[in-house]
Write a protein that binds this ligand. Sequence first.
Ligand code: SAM
Length: 262
Amino acid sequence: MTVASDAISGSETPNDGWSQSASAWIDGLGSHGDWSRAHVLDRPMLRRVALHPYRHAIDIGCGEGRFCRLLNETGIRTTGIDPTHALIDRARVLDPGGDYRVGRAEALEFGDASFDLAIFYLSLIDIPDLQSAIAEAHRILKPGGSLLIANLQSFNTAGDPAGWVRDAEGVERFYIDHYLDERSQWINWSGIRIRNWHRPLGVYMQTLLQSGFALCGFEEPEPDGGDPVRAARYRRAPGFLIMEWQKISTAGRATSANTAIS
Ligand SMILES: C[S@@+](CC[C@H](N)C(=O)[O-])C[C@H]1O[C@@H](n2cnc3c(N)ncnc32)[C@H](O)[C@@H]1O
């Protein structure tokens, strides 16, 4: 994987590479998901979903709809939204009875309190306006509803553009730098070239706390199989975290405990 960094600026073009990368993304995911989904994230995400009797979920940044299909199989009616037309087209082909719509996280077409579960499955890093996306997730959730997030670890998105590199002794290392600097970066792998956002973990936490969510679950899931070399590397520099948040108050009302001290 190679990475090129940019500072965030208000005049950025909305092109994030997803339209051009959609077919390579679909090929890479396959029918069971890539290694990260199949061996790290799917099982703990579905375990968390099974803890509550959800009826209607929204998967924000659903891609080609794989996690929507998994949720539909559990009996939870799931709506998938994504701005990439080619991915939504593919989701409709794979699940003709499903509800897939073109849309952006920052401006959802649904009324207030429409869902009891909202999901960002590896999509927050792709969304330019985090504040609006979280505010919208809060708005469309019922009071007490859950927000389930699988995200890249922030120290991972602050990783050296070269990825794993060998030190002078020949030992592979994963270096991070400029952790506190929010930035977007172009990432290339397997025919995919997309723009991601690096944000420190504190930015995610403060945004969620100040938007009227309370944290009720946190996991750093471990790999449960697949390529052993990949699993060993993952244990040294884990890629993902899972957070479960509950809607507790009106959007924009932060409690003093949730307000950053400056
Ligand atoms: C890494 S993919 C994850 C897709 C899917 N959740 C999965 O796990 O297979 C990130 C997705 O975020 C979508 N995305 C990009 N910008 C977005 C936005 N502003 N609002 C919602 N989704 C967005 C992309 O089109 C892409 O499908």
